[in-house]
Design a protein around this ligand. Structure first.
Ligand SMILES: Cc1cc2nc3c(=O)[nH]c(=O)nc-3n(C[C@H](O)[C@H](O)[C@H](O)COP(=O)(O)OP(=O)(O)OC[C@H]3O[C@@H](n4cnc5c(N)ncnc54)[C@H](O)[C@@H]3O)c2cc1C
Length: 297
């Protein structure tokens, strides 16, 4: 990249430490988990940005986008880079806009809506929400590392979805503040149904800068694993627990043998040849749940 662009980006941010040009750092922040796929690996290996910029707010993002739009510099948005389809990989160099420094939780509203910046890690948001009696309605398995903005931009649902649906369901995402990339970038608010214009658009039609996210009342969860002699019996039990309203659950996941044999950390609990079900179930229901599982075999 022309060094004059770098100098200009530094002047827009007013902070040299947020404009990263060290090749190894730029390379690292140009990757996500695309390499899980042998197909994407061939297509995306070697794609790197020329510079990474770490903005702190919507106004600064507006100025950065105005500059990049004028000079035809591509911009790729990045949260924590845990997406596994190459969504955060810069295809044509340019700028990676890394939003991890915009990680503030602004408030928890009394009706259980969290107002946050996009770079907040989901694990942090879950822990902070629990302190005030709430929890995430759903989260991905990358909860510890991934960001809320990246989850809304590139994810869909996960743990919790069995009870609360995916991100697109039940008005979980109440509103989004977004900066557009056009000659004169605008800060716009998408509320209600209009959030669906932005959700899961991979940052291609706007950069999410503030999020109003509905939470669920916090529950004390117990983790447990149940083994069945065959997959059909396991599936029937899973379905019953998943669809019966009296069970308070956050996770119901059924695995046919030999999949459990690959889960090294829990391998010791996986009896040879059996189908396993992983549950997150309300701790207060654990006794009744165990009795129900035994009765089902
Ligand atoms: C082992 C593994 C398990 C996973 N499990 C799940 C799962 O259960 N459920 C699930 O949904 N996903 C899952 N994922 C995918 C991914 O981890 C999650 O979707 C995660 O929440 C993405 O967050 P991130 O911060 O890493 O996003 P990134 O990878 O950084 O970005 C994801 C996309 O969102 C865009 N983006 C990032 N920030 C913004 C923003 N502020 N505004 C607009 N666009 C933005 C990026 O450009 C990119 O297109 C999994 C991935 C792995 C590797």
């Amino acid at each position: 990249m022309d060094p004059r662009h770098i100098a200009e980006l530094i002047s827009i941010t007013g902070d040299e430490s947020r404009v990263l040009t060290q090749p190894l750092v730029v390379e690292q922040l140009s990757r996500d988990f695309y390499w899980y796929s042998p197909v994407l690996r061939k297509l995306l290996d070697g794609k790197v940005a020329e510079v990474v910029v770490q903005p702190l707010g919507a106004t600064e993002i507006q100025s950065l986008l105005r500059y990049c739009y004028d000079r035809n510099i591509p911009v790729t948005v990045r949260g924590a880079g845990t997406g596994n389809y190459g969504q955060a990989v810069p295809l044509q160099g340019g700028v990676v806009l890394d939003l991890t420094r915009m990680d503030q939780i602004e408030e928890f509203q009394p009706d259980g809506v969290a107002v946050c910046q996009p770079g907040v890690r989901l694990g942090v948001l879950e822990n902070e929400a629990r302190r005030v009696g709430w929890e995430l309605r759903c989260y991905p398995s990358t909860v510890v590392k991934s960001s809320l903005g990246g989850f809304l931009g590139g994810g869909s649902g996960g743990i919790g979805s069995v009870a609360n649906g995916n991100l697109r369901d039940f008005e979980t995402v109440r509103a989004l503040q977004v900066v557009t990339m056009e000659p004169e970038p605008r800060v716009v608010l998408h509320k209600g149904e209009a959030v669906h214009e932005i959700l899961h658009a991979w940052g291609t039609n706007g950069i999410i800068t503030r999020i109003w996210l509905a939470l669920a009342p916090a529950v004390d969860w117990a983790q447990c694993v149940v083994a069945f002699k065959d997959f059909n019996a396991a599936y029937d039990f899973s379905e019953k627990i998943a669809t019966t309203p009296e069970w308070t659950k956050r996770l119901v996941t059924t695995f046919e043998w030999p999949i459990p044999s690959f889960f090294t950390p829990v391998k010791q609990y996986a009896p040879e040849g059996k189908a396993l079900i992983f549950f997150l179930i309300a701790g207060r229901q654990l006794g009744a749940f165990e009795a129900e599982a035994r009765e089902a075999g």
